[in-house]
Design a binder for this molecule. Sequence first.
Ligand SMILES: [Zn+2]
Length: 285
Amino acid sequence: MFENNNLQELVTKYHENKLAHAYLIETNNLEKALLDLKKLIKVLNCPEEFKAPCTMCNLCNLINLSNLPSLKIIYPDGTGIKKNQIEELKQNFNTIPIYSKYNTYIIMNADKLNSSSANAMLKFVEEPTPGILGFFLTTNKDIMIDTIKSRCQTITLTYPTSSLEDSLNITKEEYAKYKEIIPKYLDYLQKSHLDNKNELLLSCPNRGDIEIILKLILSLYYNYFLKLTNQEYDENIISIYPLTENLSEINQKLQIITKILTNMSYNVSMELILDKFNLEMRGIS
Ligand SMILES: [Zn+2]
């Protein structure tokens, strides 16, 4: 069911009735680990015999929609995880779950628990209530507060890291070429006058090239978003172009870029799509 042995082991422990009540998960990829944990929670709770992807039951669908009341995922609020977030979680888990076997909580960036929020958490990890299962996710367990760490079983989830070139299926040479075009194009977008001569179109007549360039621009904006929100980001892609937009502008531009990538899959004239794109991107900054 899971490629990762440590996750598969949890499924085995579950069947042997030996699941611990709280796990500390150290991972190099929080988002992938979260996806895997959601799958694990489906496996443990699915009333049907879970086969990925389960489309049979309401429970698995609710997990996909992040709408299952008995699954709470807590992210840091600003710079830390606050005591009131933990108090709210405890309130939520006062009752026995209706649809699932477990009430499950997942604490993202659990190293952001401070002493007061960790203390509020102690009830769960110190006197475990049957039916409550917890996961603390961190990229570095050494900076986790000891009161929590010492009361959890630790597992490691390591994911292969893939380079941007690999994920876009391009060579290093092509990447270098695109990295030269992108700053020119973004400079061109910064100009306020509405010049419809499309430099990007002229320098790469191929639709596939333009698509990759737009994906790289999307990745640039996304990593800049990660940087602005104090999350881990890829310095390499950020260095392509110095973005200066604020968070709300970045969010709007991410939407515009995602939309143009969707539109490109329709058979519309590239020139028309790009003209509209240029106008929208300029409308914001
Ligand atoms: Zn299911």
